[in-house]
Structure formats: structure tokens, C-alpha cells
Design a protein around this ligand. Sequence first.
Ligand SMILES: NC(=O)c1ccc[n+]([C@@H]2O[C@H](COP(=O)([O-])OP(=O)(O)OC[C@H]3O[C@@H](n4cnc5c(N)ncnc54)[C@H](O)[C@@H]3O)[C@@H](O)[C@H]2O)c1
Length: 333
Amino acid sequence: MATINVALIGQGFMGRTHSNGWGQVRKFFNTELKPVMHTVFGQEAENPQAFADNWGWQNASTDWEAVVKSPEIGLVDIVTPNYMHAPVARAAIAAGKPCASEKPIAGTLSDAREMAEAAESANVKTFVWFNYRRVPAVALAHKMVQEGRIGQIRHVRAAYLQDWADENVPLLWRFEKELAGSGAHGDLNAHIIDMTRFVTGEEITEICGAIAETFIKQRAKAGGVAGGGIADGGTSSEGMGEVTVDDTVLFLARFSGGAVASFEAARQATGNQNRNGFEINGTKGSLKFDFERMNELQYYDATLPRAVQGWSTIMCTHAPDHPYIENWWPDAH
Ligand SMILES: NC(=O)c1ccc[n+]([C@@H]2O[C@H](COP(=O)([O-])OP(=O)(O)OC[C@H]3O[C@@H](n4cnc5c(N)ncnc54)[C@H](O)[C@@H]3O)[C@@H](O)[C@H]2O)c1
């Protein structure tokens, strides 16, 4: 079996989820190459060796440049704060190595463009971790739209709502423009923009009516390094610092097939922990998805006799009808 040596750059929240993924993918999917968990990079204070031992990486390093350049590495996986995606990706592409980056692809539009152009001219394979595409219910929605079940799309309504960012959360990198690029917009709208492009099969052609707000303008300066959750990071005694990104961004858009759309991303939508979803209305039917009920896809079939039309809840856990389920446990497990 051919193998590929993977380097993971970063070991926070996504460092843990990606370690889990690299360790399990071959057990559930018949991939062409077997990924080998070769080296993980982390900051000194995070103790990369302990992370490597816990998650099954063969080596640990505090020097990402050396890791990316190492001839032993075949693929670079980037799970650092957004501003650091571009330099790592540039180094991987320059070394001719495939690289995968967490979303948003970069902290700035110019970095993102430069990364895409560099990958194209070097002919290096890349991708961005838009993981919600692989939720069986979302993949089924994509398939149903392709099959023409909801007809021509007229409305796309997407929202990604979280509620973790109250005033007690310190000034993590997620609140600093220099490190994050943007707030809820890059963090959350990035996912629903990708998800609705994927499900509709259409591109966004126009945006307007955007509004952004930062409700909490100062936060206690964070001490130490990220601990592995969205809001982790101890507070220091250095006082308060400015929040330089948005807490929420809403905007309107138009899709290439003529549909109009609204997008909303928020970090202080009380009561919504990870409510990532959409409603798509077409001429023949509609689809609704809410990640807080991730196995379910809501479907309205407007081609049925009017007397029996209504929303139905599809439990997307039946193999082989529902994407990826045959790679998982028996139905509904
Ligand atoms: N696909 C998803 O659903 C999803 C979910 C969460 C985060 N993300 C993305 O993954 C990336 C990493 O997010 P995370 O939640 O794992 O972050 P995190 O704060 O938990 O971890 C960040 C890692 O990067 C390292 N790092 C390097 N330079 C740093 C610096 N200057 N400040 C802080 N840490 C630094 C840290 O040592 C740590 O190992 C981000 O781009 C984020 O947008 C994606």
C-alpha cells in the first residue's frame, strides 16, 4: 500500500480534529494512499511531544519551516490561525508539496489570491477544509438539487450562529484582525458561503447590503497559548486590548442561476451553539438543514398533490442511499 507522510502545522482545536481524521480515514475509507502521521508542529509552550504521543504522530517539532522543507514530508496540513496559512502554504507550494489549509483560506484577500496563483503556477494540489460538505445530510441536499428535485432555485437563506463569545472570553487571536483577518465573517460566513455554493451548484455573482457590528470592543488580554477549544486561552494580567474584528456580519447576495440570498454569521446569538444551516426554496420544492440536528434533512416536495404536501424529515443514516453511510456503522448507529 502506497503511503504519504503528513505534516500537521498547528495543534489546537483543529490540530486535534485533524489528528483524529488522519488517524481514522483509512479505517473507514478505501483511500488510494495511506496517510502516515509523520510530524506535528506546535509552539514550544504547547508541548508538541506530548501532543504527538497522545494523538499518534511519529515526530514533534517547534520549527514549522524545517518541517515543511523536510524531504520526508509529502503533504502539509495547515491548522494555524488565519494569518499563518499563507506563509506555510507558500513554503509548501514552493517545495512542490500538496497542501491543505483550514478555512478561511487566508487572513486577507491578497494572501488568498497569491496562494491560489502560486498553487496554479506550480501545479500543486491544494484544498480548503470545508468539512460541512461531507455531512451526509448536506451531501444529500447537493445530490437532490442536482437531480432537479427542487427545480429552479429562487431563495437561499443561510445562517451560522454561535454564542460562545460573551465578554468573559479573552482577546484570543480570533478577535485580532492582524491574526484572524475578520471575525464571524471569515470564521462562519466562510462555511455557509461554501455550503450554499456546494448545495446549489451555483456561484455568487453579486453582493450588497452588508452590515457588520462589534458588540464587545475590548477584551482582557489573553495569556498563554490556545488550549484546544474555540474560546480557550487563559487571561493575563496585562489589562484590556481592542477587538479589531466583527462579532456579526449579515449580507445579501445573488446566485448565478438568479436566486437571491441572505447570509448571517454571529458569535453572540444566544442559545445557538453551532447552528450552521440553510433553507433553499425552489420552484418544485425546498430543503432545510440545521447542523444542531445533523442527521436530518428537511424536504418539502411541491410536486405532490396539494392535500398531502408538507415538510418531511429525512433521517440521513441509511446505506447506501445516503452519502458516506456505507463507510460508517449500520443504519442509524
Ligand atoms: N473547519 C472548521 O470547522 C474549523 C473549526 C475551527 C477552526 N477552524 C480553522 O482552523 C484554524 C485553527 O483554528 P483552531 O480553532 O484550531 O485554533 P487554536 O487556537 O485552537 O489553535 C491554533 C494553533 O496554531 C498555533 N499558532 C501558531 N501561531 C500562533 C499564534 N500567533 N497565536 C496562536 N496560536 C498560534 C497554536 O500553537 C495552535 O497550535 C483557523 O484557521 C480556523 O479558522 C476551522
